[in-house]
Design a protein around this ligand. Structure first.
Ligand code: HEM
Ligand SMILES: [Cu+2]
Length: 535
């Protein structure tokens, strides 16, 4: 094990808060995201407690509106979007391509400060009184009627957007320019293809959100008619602009997860990813077609039937590359030598949960079904199966997979597997009943409901309690392992990626000597065990 690593080069606060080391910045993001995840989680807990009974017992309707808005805003912009890219991506991308750092290390640090500034402003809006528009900020409510802290919260989101754009830019340039000798595009691990596709969306879509929020602020402050029909605006314009960003943004919230799953499925079945090139190009196809389906959020908005038909059709098309990935992961598992280590449990959970989320997306893409299901709990269940069952699961899987690399320590496999299984169970108990509630017609965003919906709501709240405990568990056993865990070898999983060829944790500049790549990725069949490990 090397004497000095990136964690032990310097212990001062200054060395952390002014670092340009991508690995340390990843840790800064990691700590911040844990914080935001638990704030968003606290709101979710309050929501589920309220919904355990049909009447209003915990909060008023007004507070309830603020709770689900805060939950959505924090989880989407301050947890999910930065989750895998800014923590795991930041840490692993340079290691995976054999580089010393990202292309723009200082920009990377600035991105974190911008993100934190946006986060603090949004937190301030929440503490000062909250926002009641829902995470979607729909006009005319947000511009005309709401007297909550709409603009302050939107300003926080607006600012955090620049962090997204800069991170995307950094990844794109890094992947283009800093690959190790021999690391051709088709030798890139699929995690990098998916982050590349994500970065393209980050750079192209986020400015649209920024413009939308600016227009909203302009109308609210200056009464310029942009969205308000009484002064010459068009309320649907807001929805078009918002979803033109937010549908691509949902792919920002799943593509990195898919990328992690490639690494895990391949490693723990000891096989090459089936159909590498298909999977690689599917990421880019999803990124491209994802820009053409936003209207499926507006089927009941009064947009023309022709528009709805086209958006419906395109939504079916965008599901094809996602489905190809699911087939290819399954084919990778086929006849593999499957190891049920904790990261693999998360990967298997991801495949199942993402499939349910994606398939119900297809239900909703059907006009005839969606007019009934829109704004019901069916939609809530759909996107949680993808965003939580998919992305959060992949995040946990990736975190466990790369934890020995990040910290140089091994965690308790027993606790890790227990948590993974508990998360899977708690998740399904929380969200599956919501499909049933939605199909039975329970609308979303209300704090009271008719008594006939109570049974499924109680199950859902019970599941949420289990899920809350399960999500807290890693905090303890991972936290413990970071200080007291067994030392990790450089390559605990016997994986062929470049990130495993340097010590754990890596030295400040990642590699003692510039690595050279001479083979395709995922060559698990070769006997790495026989190769000397440069410890
Ligand atoms: C497989 C492709 C997918 C299809 C065909 C699809 C389809 C849909 C449709 C039609 C709706 C609108 C439902 C309604 O409001 O009535 C919807 C809502 C939603 N979907 Fe998906 N979806 C897909 C994938 C995803 C992914 C990958 C994510 C996230 C990572 C996601 C997140 C969401 C969210 C957040 C909403 C609701 C937004 C809101 O109203 O608050 N979807 N989806
Ligand atoms: Cu969408």
């Amino acid at each position: 094990m090397s004497e000095k690593n990136y964690l032990t080069t310097d212990f001062t606060l200054r060395s952390w808060f002014l670092t340009t080391d991508h690995k340390r910045i990843a840790i800064l993001y990691f700590a911040s995201l844990i914080f935001f995840f638990f704030i968003g989680g606290a709101a979710a807990t309050a929501i589920r407690i309220e919904l355990a009974t049909p009447q209003a017992d915990l909060v008023s309707s007004d507070v309830y509106n603020r709770l689900f808005t805060m939950h959505g805003i924090i989880m989407v912009w301050f947890f999910l979007i930065p989750s895998i890219p800014n923590t795991l991506g930041n840490f692993i991308v340079p290691l995976m391509i054999g580089a010393r750092d990202l292309a723009f290390p200082r920009l990377n640090l600035i991105s974190w400060y911008i993100f934190m500034l946006g986060g603090c402003i949004t937190l301030f809006a929440i503490l000062a009184g909250g926002v009641d528009t829902g995470w979607t900020f729909y006009t005319p409510f947000s511009t005309l009627y709401s007297n909550s802290y709409v603009i302050v919260a939107a300003a926080g989101v607006f600012i955090a957007g620049f962090s997204s754009i800069l991170t995307g830019l950094n990844f794109i340039v890094t992947i283009h320019r800093l690959r190790a000798p021999g690391l051709t595009w088709y030798r890139l691990p699929l995690f990098l293809w998916s982050l590349y596709a994500t970065s393209v969306i980050l750079v192209l879509a986020t400015p649209v959100l920024a413009i939308t929020l600016l227009l909203m602020a302009t109308e609210r402050f200056f009464g310029v008619g942009i969205f308000d029909p009484r002064i010459g605006g068009d309320p649907l314009l807001f929805q078009h602009l918002f979803w033109f960003y937010s549908h691509p943004a949902v792919y920002i919230m799943i593509l990195p997860g898919m990328g992690v799953i490639n690494e895990l499925v391949s490693c723990f079945s000891r096989k090459e990813v089936f159909g590498y090139k298909f999977v690689a190009w599917c990421s880019l196809a999803i990124a491209a077609v994802g820009f053409l389906v936003w209207g499926h959020h507006m089927f009941v908005s009064g947009q023309s039937l022709v528009a709805s038909l086209v958006f419906s059709f395109m939504s079916f098309i965008v599901a094809v590359p996602s489905a190809i990935k699911v087939f290819n992961w399954t084919a990778t598992l086929h006849k593999g030598s499957i190891h049920f280590d904790a990261p693999m449990l998360y990967a298997l959970a991801f495949i199942g949960l993402f499939t349910i989320g994606g398939l119900t997306g297809l239900f909703l893409a059907c006009l005839a079904f969606d007019v009934h299901a829109t704004d019901t709990y069916f939609v809530v269940a759909h996107f949680h199966y993808i965003m939580v069952g998919g992305m959060v699961t992949a995040y946990f899987g990736g975190l466990h997979y790369w934890w020995p690399k990040i910290t140089g320590r091994l965690y308790s496999e027993y606790w890790a597997r227990t948590a993974a299984m508990l998360i899977f169970f708690g998740f399904n108990l929380t969200f599956f009943p919501q499909f049933i509630l939605g199909a039975e017609g329970m609308p979303r965003r209300y704090h009271v409901y008719p008594p006939e919906f109570q049974l499924w709501n109680v199950l859902s709240s019970g599941g949420a309690a289990i899920l809350a405990v399960a999500y807290l568990m890693p905090l303890f056993y991972l936290g413990y392992s970071a200080f007291f865990g067994k030392r990790a070898p450089p390559n605990p999983w016997n994986a062929p990626g470049l990130e495993w060829q340097t010590s754990s944790p890596p030295p400040e500049f990642n590699f003692e000597t510039q690595p050279v790549v001479t083979r395709e990725p995922y060559q698990y069949n070769e006997r790495f065990e026989a190769e000397p490990q440069n410890a």
